[in-house]
Design a protein around this ligand. Structure first.
Ligand code: FAD
Length: 119
């Protein structure tokens, strides 16, 4: 595969991952149970370790270490994800996203919300 094709694959992977992260955090409960908080925290940490692009994974691990995900509410974790993405945008010299627009862009997953987990 040529260099251009690799960059296309890397960009596709990035877009797919950001879609999952932002959609998932925007659907996360407003008042998550301790179990839901721990599940999301672990998913984020494991994703940073397993992200299948060496350079991106290193960057992701560092960001998670420096600013651990705040999973206490939907609002907190959605903004955490927005900030992390903006740090990558900055690094890649892409425009900074206005996090007050999260709901407009990522608020609709095209499916019903999950049933509430009992506390
Ligand atoms: P993307 O950055 O993929 O964003 C997709 C859409 O999300 C945008 O169109 C916009 O609607 C929305 N969006 C943009 N910013 C935000 C935000 N802050 N919050 C919420 N929504 C937003 N690529 C590299 O070449 N080098 C790297 O080192 C690198 N590191 C990465 C690290 C991680 C953890 C991840 C997940 C990806 C990384 N990528 C890297 C890929 C890169 O971030 C982009 O996904 C890719 O370049 C495609 O960019 P794009 O312009 O299509 O939009």
């Amino acid at each position: 595969m040529g260099k251009m094709e690799n960059q296309t694959a890397r960009a596709e992977l990035g877009r797919a991952f950001w879609r999952v992260l932002h959609t998932m955090t925007m659907q996360f409960p407003e008042e998550p149970t301790p179990n839901e908080q721990e599940s999301l925290r672990r998913w984020i940490i494991l994703s940073s370790k397993l992200y299948p692009c060496g350079e991106c994974s290193e960057h992701f691990i560092r960001m998670v270490r420096e600013s651990p995900p705040n999973v206490t509410t939907r609002y907190a974790v959605a903004n955490w994800a927005c900030d992390v993405h903006n740090r990558v945008n900055e690094h890649l010299r892409k425009p900074i996203f206005d996090c007050t627009k999260l709901k407009d862009v990522w608020g609709d997953c095209g499916c019903k919300p999950k049933e509430k987990e009992s506390k």
